[in-house]
Design a binder for this molecule. Structure first.
Ligand SMILES: [Zn+2]
Length: 244
């Protein structure tokens, strides 16, 4: 099981680590403080008005009365984008059983969902409001594209990610090489001649152009380099720390 699947209790409410992170992500995007007043995994102990909806998996209620009224639909939409079937529950939208709140069901909850919550996911997909009886109605809120929320650890690296990381690593090494090869005043450190390979060789080794070396102010004398035509591989000195 991935770390994100772990059940975590915060403020007396239980959700998976991934769902807590998802809620934080929404809060950060909207610049709002989001308070979970009821989590999932209730197994019969949830609020009576919710039936058994919160019994299994990632189902949660967010306090709405402390949020600005004009941002409530933003909250609904932000959660919907992250693959949560989210509705605003208030009297204007068919909810009169308890105080107003936002009710969310993570459709792909790894611990499964209760029958009631699974029905709500289906009802969301039918573009309805997930309420039963006389309150059952069409969904009044916008439908953004749903994109499953993933923790960084969940995500397999793409070729583009690897390329980006490799380039970043090359940049860090390059910067370190340049720093160690020259004194702060730009002069060559004669005590460490091994730190000054030919400029072109150095640039090529780190995927940089000679122009990039020029921009960094490497003197033209570095063109010859102390390695000359002797193409020994350039090595970092043992006292160089691993790159961060
Ligand atoms: Zn709820």
């Amino acid at each position: 099981m991935a770390d994100g699947d772990e059940r975590v209790v915060k403020g007396g409410q239980e959700l998976t680590a991934r769902t807590w992170a998802l809620i934080d992500d929404v809060a950060e995007e909207l610049g709002l403080e989001l308070q979970v007043v009821q989590g999932g995994f209730k197994a019969g102990s949830g609020a009576r008005a919710s039936g058994s909806t919160h019994d299994v998996g990632d189902v949660f209620d967010i306090r709405s009365k402390t949020l600005p009224a004009h941002r409530l639909v933003d909250v609904v939409v932000a959660f919907r984008r992250r693959n949560v079937c989210m509705w605003l529950r208030d009297p204007d939208h068919g909810w009169t059983k308890t105080g107003p709140h936002l009710h969310g069901v993570l459709r792909d909850s790894v611990h499964g969902l209760s029958t009631g919550a699974a029905w709500q996911v289906q009802d969301y997909d039918r573009k309805n409001n997930g309420l039963t009886g006389g309150a059952h109605a069409a969904d009044p809120f916008p439908r953004p594209e749903q994109i499953p929320f993933q923790l960084e650890d969940d995500v397999a690296l793409t070729d583009a990610d690897i390329e980006r990381i490799a380039q970043r690593t090359a940049d860090l090494v390059w910067n370190r090489v340049i720093r160690t090869g020259f004194q702060s005043d730009g002069t060559f450190d004669a005590d460490h001649p091994q730190k000054l390979p030919a400029r072109g060789l150095l640039a090529a080794a780190y995927g940089k152009s000679v122009q990039a070396a020029d921009r960094l102010g490497i003197p033209s004398s570095a063109d010859e380099g102390v390695l000359g035509n002797d193409l020994e591989p350039f090595e970092l000195l043992p006292d160089d720390q691993p790159i961060e």
